[in-house]
Write a protein that binds this ligand. Structure first.
Ligand SMILES: Cc1cc2nc3c(=O)[nH]c(=O)nc-3n(C[C@H](O)[C@H](O)[C@H](O)COP(=O)(O)OP(=O)(O)OC[C@H]3O[C@@H](n4cnc5c(N)ncnc54)[C@H](O)[C@@H]3O)c2cc1C
Length: 371
């Protein structure tokens, strides 16, 4: 029997929609199924780095100013000190998660993706997937079903290389953004990051290893932030999610490929999760159209290296307070290195070039003069 579709995508989050669009751009027939209905909400820092926006443009997705708020860079703050850097080119954008999801759905529909919303995928096999108890025949199956992926389990791709988790809580506040950067506040064993998402709203995320820590309690460590936000109305409840850093030995098997968080993820504080999904989507569509998933597996490995390195650096600063304090003072003394680090983070500078310029900073951290 002929397949009903070329590509069946399990999960209609950012990764599933992105690969749907990219596969349509290559002329494949695509069906995306999700058990939720759009616009799908998920606790998220809601920041898109300039490289995420570049990847979105490749998919034909543009985000207008009515849905977003720009930020020029990143500012690190710790009690008594702060340091900031601008992106080497362009700005990032803060976008409410639901607004981004709707934009992706609209673009996917325009590209000719078919949808099954409110549909539960119960299993996969050589001929296709079981959807609401019915076999849907498909040439390829893409698992875009998030960090607890069923497709990964069904395709026997669950063997993992590493697994770490932290706990994230997110709340929106009705207040005009006070900074032109995403602010990352380094507390004891946690970070806050504050992203402007509209001219009248910011998104605050707390990430920590302590599952019991909540936004209000942690904020006591940052009285200025606390005072500012105490004056603002809360826009909706505090919502939690697990931020997982994990990798899997394989992301393809036969006619199945994994993408987005289902294929491995980096800590949320990097703000790179969706960017990875968008970039993977383009490469996966290329591989699907070429009929060989191995090119995708190789690209996937390569793409994960830089964000993983950045996540490791951030988590090391989280774990070792003395190192963090020294690093903050060293970065303040050498702001050019912070700019270089940010340029690498958004893919505009190679890790090798960064390592070369890191020696003076390393020395500064070791000798740790508070200047
Ligand atoms: C606290 C926090 C803050 C973050 N902040 C940022 C940030 O600022 N910037 C950034 O880029 N990234 C951020 N991330 C990461 C980002 O949210 C994820 O990388 C992104 O959501 C991954 O998208 P996805 O499509 O792979 O998975 P998901 O968004 O989880 O989507 C998976 C979809 O699959 C569906 N599904 C699952 N199983 C089935 C099934 N059996 N049948 C049908 N449907 C199914 C679900 O309903 C869901 O819609 C953050 C993450 C956390 C936890």
């Amino acid at each position: 029997m002929a397949p009903e579709t070329d590509v069946f995508v399990v999960g209609g989050g950012p990764a599933g929609l992105a690969v749907g669009i990219a596969a349509r751009q290559r002329g494949l027939r695509v069906l995306v199924a999700d058990w939720s209905r759009p616009p799908i909400e998920k606790p998220c820092g809601e920041g898109l780095m300039p490289d995420s926006l570049g990847a979105l443009r490749q998919l034909g997705v543009t985000i207008g100013s009515e849905h977003s708020f720009p930020f020029r860079g990143i500012r690190f703050l710790a009690p008594g000190t702060s340091v900031s850097a601008s992106f080497p080119s362009g700005c990032g954008l803060g976008v409410r998660r639901t607004a981004l999801h709707q934009l992706l759905v609209d673009r996917a529909a325009e590209a000719g993706v078919q949808f099954l919303w409110g549909a539960r995928v119960n299993g996969i096999g050589p001929e296709g997937a079981m959807v609401n108890g019915r076999l849907l025949r498909s040439r390829w199956i893409v698992g875009a079903d998030g960090q607890n992926s069923y497709v990964r389990r069904w395709a026997d791709l669950d063997a993992s290389g590493r697994y770490k988790r932290r706990f994230g809580f997110r709340r929106h506040y009705r207040i005009a953004p006070w900074s032109d950067c995403v602010e990352v506040y380094w507390g004891s064993g946690f970070q806050f990051y504050v992203t402007p998402v509209s001219p009248a709203e910011v998104c605050v995320v707390l990430i920590s290893r302590n599952r019991h820590l909540r936004i209000d309690r942690a904020m006591a460590e940052f009285p200025d932030l606390q005072e500012r936000l105490q004056r603002a109305d809360r826009n909706g409840p505090e919502r939690g999610a697990v931020s997982v850093s994990c990798s899997f030995k394989r992301v393809i098997s036969g006619h199945v490929a994994l993408i987005g968080d289902a294929s491995g993820s980096v800590d949320a504080v990097t703000g790179e999760g969706m960017c990875l999904a968008f970039r993977q989507a383009v490469k996966l569509a290329e591989a699907l159209a070429g009929g060989d998933l191995r090119t995708y597996a190789a690209e996937h490995r390569r793409m994960m290296r830089r964000p993983r390195f950045m996540a490791d650096v951030m988590l090391m600063l989280d774990r070792f307070p003395a190192l963090r304090v020294r690093a903050m003072y060293a970065l303040r003394a050498r702001p050019a290195f912070f700019s270089a680090l940010l340029a690498m983070h958004v893919g505009e500078r190679s890790p090798a070039a960064l390592v070369m310029s890191a020696f003076p900073l390393g020395w500064k951290i070791l000798t740790a003069g508070r200047t």
